[in-house]
Design a binder for this molecule. Structure first.
Ligand code: CTP
Ligand code: MG
Length: 234
């Protein structure tokens, strides 16, 4: 009974706007994908890693992850055109014997190992799909998207809203079933699922939430990278 982590790193990082894939951008001198892999390994609840690499960057990703702190076996596979397709490619490359799979974004490099433990423990405790989440601090409004002045439709009660992070954890059977049912053939991020739990929800299966951690924040823009650099200094 072992746990596999799929580490998604195949995105281009368009919003960061560097001339290299986001996963290879450095934070404190260490590429984001290596930060994330070190922290997954440090959790001691991950037995193997499958990493989705951007087109043409498989070798550099493999070399980047050859690090003494990445104490688990690493397999690098080519990602797909969308995050959802990348996760599916990672699942297809998963070896036998793993009964639990967690999916983590290299774009969340500073994930605390105890968050990884919390997610895996909840799956092992019998919840087949588990996501970390945090209360939202902004008021959130539903709008009719489009135009300079979008029409506000409603204001959902903030007390019942959570911002969702990764890693998300699943029994392997359920995650495979969810990806099969929701297979993304569009190749467009706009049509693909934004997280794996959404595919499970689409099957009508329950998803549970554990407490997330602000340190697992996602890096999308240069500003996020600067904030993460400050966290590293602490
Ligand atoms: N990802 C992936 N395969 C894709 C697209 C995204 O493995 N085809 C991964 C990214 O590498 C990242 C995670 O999914 O770790 C979350 O995606 P996001 O933050 O959107 O990263 P990018 O797609 O790289 O960034 P952008 O959308 O700005 O291009
Ligand atoms: Mg993206």
């Amino acid at each position: 009974m072992t746990t596999l982590a799929i580490l998604t790193a195949a995105g281009s990082g368009a919003r960061l706007g560097r001339h290299l894939p986001k996963a290879l951008v450095e934070l404190g001198g260490v590429p984001l994908v290596l930060h994330a892999a070190r922290r997954l390994a440090a959790s001691r609840v991950v037995d193997a890693l499958v990493v989705t690499a951007p087109d043409g960057s498989g070798d550099v990703v493999a070399r980047t992850l050859a690090d003494p702190a990445v104490t688990v076996p690493v397999t690098v596979v080519d990602g797909g055109p969308t995050r959802q397709a990348s996760v599916a490619a990672g699942l297809a490359a998963a070896g036998t014997g793993h009964d639990v799979v967690i999916v983590h974004d290299a774009a969340r490099p500073l994930v605390p190992p105890d968050l990884v433990q919390r997610v895996v423990a909840a799956v092992r405790a019998g919840h087949d799909a588990v996501v970390p989440g945090l209360p939202v601090t902004d008021t959130v409004k539903q709008v009719a998207p489009g135009g300079d002045a979008e029409l506000v439709l409603s204001t959902p009660d903030r007390a019942g809203l959570r911002a969702v992070q990764t890693p998300q954890g699943f029994t392997r059977d359920l995650l495979e079933r969810a990806h099969k049912a929701g297979q993304d053939r569009s190749g467009s991020e706009a049509d693909a699922a934004t997280d794996d739990a959404g595919l499970v929800e689409a099957l009508g299966e329950p998803v549970h939430m554990v407490r997330g951690d602000a340190a697992a924040a996602k890096i999308t823009t240069e500003r996020d990278l600067r904030i993460a650099a400050l966290e590293l200094e602490d």
